[in-house]
Design a binder for this molecule. Sequence first.
Ligand SMILES: C[S@@+](CC[C@H](N)C(=O)[O-])C[C@H]1O[C@@H](n2cnc3c(N)ncnc32)[C@H](O)[C@@H]1O
Length: 349
Amino acid sequence: MFASLFRTQPSHPKGPGRSQPEPERNKKGKPGKAAHIDQTGVEGLSKTQRRKQKQKQEKEKQKKQAAVDQTGVEGLSKTQRRKQKRKQEKEKQKEKQKKQAAVGQSGSKKRQKVPGVEVPEAEPSARSPGVLGKAAKRLKGSRFRWLNETLYTMTGQEAFKLFSEDPSLADAYHEGFRAQAAKWPKNPLDEVIRWLKKEVAKDAVIGDFGCGDARLALELENRTVHSFDLVPINSRVTACNLAKVPLPKASLDVAIFCLALMGTDWIKFVTEARRCLKLGGLCHIVEVESRFAEIDAVVRTIESLGFQQVLVKPGSFFVEMRFRATKERQGHKSHGEGELLQACTYRKR
Ligand SMILES: C[S@@+](CC[C@H](N)C(=O)[O-])C[C@H]1O[C@@H](n2cnc3c(N)ncnc32)[C@H](O)[C@@H]1O
């Protein structure tokens, strides 16, 4: 009953004119239960119990103080302190990683060589875009070189199958090719476009065999250009194998092969161009000079397919050749494709 009284009323009402309530006394005149409740907040404790409790309270107070000394934060529970410690450790770790990333970006900190110890190259980390960027570039470069070599060492039909099954190969190839071409002193396609613009009739029907991204068609707007390649990487490109293009017989005035005699069966590509060309039509070929074992042998072979040489212009890097489509087949080819034109490989960047 007393306990409930104290719970609802303040134990020491303060203020002017208010007096302290007199603690209730027992029969022996000693303060009763209510007096103990007033001091300890716990009903019915003996003297020893109260002492023990006081000691316990003291101890807890000391513990709290120790925690404050360690964490600098007052009143944290054990779990809270553990959490805080973990947070601090995480922050330290982050700080360390940031510093490492900065080293990766600037490349300013060199690896130290320890005699007799092989220091492994660092794995590119997501936190080091500089290193990651270089690794990604190297991977792209090697993927391009692999694709390039693959195209030079398989037939047109095999290449068409490979690229049709995974058209993303075309993006990788063209990106790599553009990067290579950007380093050449001149791009042979520019010469071809200049020739077509200047010297070929505006109404001539042109076939671009192995067109890549079909820049030729883009630059010759308002002219009729059929652009063929393995994958239609844009709307100007028709996908096919160059040995079998979707054009009727004798429908072209000009056929262009700019660095496009890649398949091991490239003679089939030129034979197909001959089928598509009108009599008297022109076949213009540009190839990397180092691919030729003997230019004359290549010329004779192409002539044997129903052409007559109009122009052969070796340069420092590329060979330009132009042939007119004839009625008669000139002579006979005496070499295999592989002996005439070797694979063209690009150096590592
Ligand atoms: C070196 S790139 C040149 C691209 C373009 N002519 C230029 O000069 O920018 C050769 C192109 O021929 C294409 N090609 C190679 N073999 C082919 C084939 N059998 N059928 C269709 N396209 C082929 C490749 O996909 C590539 O786009």
